[in-house]
Design a protein around this ligand. Structure first.
Ligand code: GLA
Length: 405
């Protein structure tokens, strides 16, 4: 039942070029150097884009953290531009054209490394690991041995613990204008997890979207669940509520949770509940239906959905999700080889964080679609396994594809 799709990357659509971003084409200089992160020198054109408020200033990302150099890399392809920092391997900006061709930054982020380090943790744009989402009671058993993790979310551990992959400095290397490779060695015992884990994340800006490829190997059995924690607002970051976005999830089951957001272990149909997004539906239509206990527990949407593609008898190339910005017409289709997706509707956002371009992160002004294995899988034998053995290679991918309507 839990068969995992082995489908190859299914995106071949060519999109029409839209001219308003063209000045950015020549604006992005490759970091291009070998070894660790080399901070990018802004070209005249990049400077123009920065001055126009479209891109953060790379100078604000040059720092030394834990003795390692941080910086900001730009990826470019056609009308799309991404800015990525090696602090937490975070997507800082993702600029796509709206239905009128206006460049629109669809992810929330900060304009300096200092804010990523010092603001309360939101995981904006980060690669989350070793274990994305929660592990109940912050412990699990593997091969008869119990491992104790850090409780950073009530009785549970969340998103890697005290200092997850979102808060470490990755080694970055630009492979070409559109591709950035980030690597990180998570040492045996880090945050309580066993095994030296070598992780690679490759961000590739396709002409129509952002692809993320993950791989990892370990020298001892461990558990692993990697995801990207970008917060999207398809009307543009900081442009108000996402409750009028349309969302379709290719999932007819989800994993209900207890009051601490740990899955109960059951898999339940979405039909007849506020979790039914099998047809395009506004995010906000049922988000406050507190007669539903799951909505109460999540304070809205904060749940894992079981993707149809992962249980299809044959590889189906179905998306995981399609979201549409009501004002911009920007459509984001998410594809992945993972069995689940965490739909988080920004319920903990409180408007207290200063975003790029002078915006703030107001309540429910962004959503996350975190492709993943199910939360608490190490303690839930009926869920698809998240164990990685020594000698095996973990491989996974997700693609965020953009179009307009
Ligand atoms: C995930 C969790 C949420 C919340 C956010 C970050 O999506 O499921 O409960 O912790 O990350 O704020």
């Amino acid at each position: 039942m839990w068969r995992r799709s082995k489908t190859a990357h299914p995106f071949i659509n060519k999109r029409r070029y839209m001219n308003k971003l063209n000045f950015l084409c020549s604006a992005i200089l490759l970091a291009g150097c070998g070894g660790n992160q080399q901070p990018v020198t802004a070209t005249a054109e990049t400077t123009t884009a920065i001055a126009a408020g479209l891109l953060p200033n790379p100078d604000s990302f040059r720092d030394t953290v834990d003795g390692l150099t941080t910086g900001l890399y730009f990826l470019h392809n056609g009308n799309l531009t991404a800015a990525i920092t090696n602090y937490g391997a975070r997507v800082v900006s993702l600029i796509v054209p709206d239905r009128n061709g206006n460049p629109t930054d669809v992810v929330l982020g900060y304009d300096s490394i200092g804010k990523y380090i010092h603001q309360p943790d939101t995981y904006f744009g980060a690669i989350v690991g070793r274990y994305g989402n929660r592990i109940g009671q912050a412990k699990f058993k593997l091969n008869g041995k119990e491992y104790t993790l850090y409780k950073n979310n009530g009785p549970n551990t969340l998103h890697g613990g005290k200092k997850g992959f979102d808060a470490v400095v990755w080694t970055a290397r630009k492979l070409d204008t559109a591709t950035l490779r980030l690597t990180y060695l998570s040492k045996d015992g880090e945050e309580g997890y066993p095994g030296n884990l070598n992780v690679t994340v490759i961000y590739t800006l396709d002409s129509n979207g952002l692809r993320i490829d993950y791989d990892a190997t370990t020298d001892k059995p461990t558990v692993l669940n990697l995801t990207n924690h970008s917060y999207f607002n398809l009307n543009g970051q900081g442009s108000g509520t996402i409750n009028n976005h349309l969302l379709q999830l290719y999932a007819d089951h989800y994993t209900p949770v207890d009051s601490t957001l740990i899955p109960t272990g059951k898999v339940e149909p979405v039909a007849g509940t506020p979790f039914d997004f099998t047809k395009p539906t506004t995010i906000g239509g049922r988000v406050d239906d507190t007669a539903n206990q799951q909505i109460k527990f999540g304070k809205g949407y904060d749940h894992n959905f079981m993707l149809l593609n992962s249980i299809a008898d044959e590889p189906s190339n179905l998306p995981a999700a399609i979201a549409t910005g009501d004002l911009s017409g920007i459509v984001m289709s998410v594809y992945t080889d993972q069995p689940g997706i965490q739909f988080y509707g920004g319920n903990f956002m409180a408007g207290t964080n200063p975003l790029k371009a002078g915006k703030t992160d107001g309540y429910r002004t962004a959503f996350c679609l975190e492709t993943q294995h199910f939360p608490n899988s190490p303690n839930e034998p009926s869920f698809p396994s998240t164990t990685l053995k020594a000698g095996e290679k973990y491989v996974s991918w997700t693609f965020f594809k953009f179009s307009t309507k």
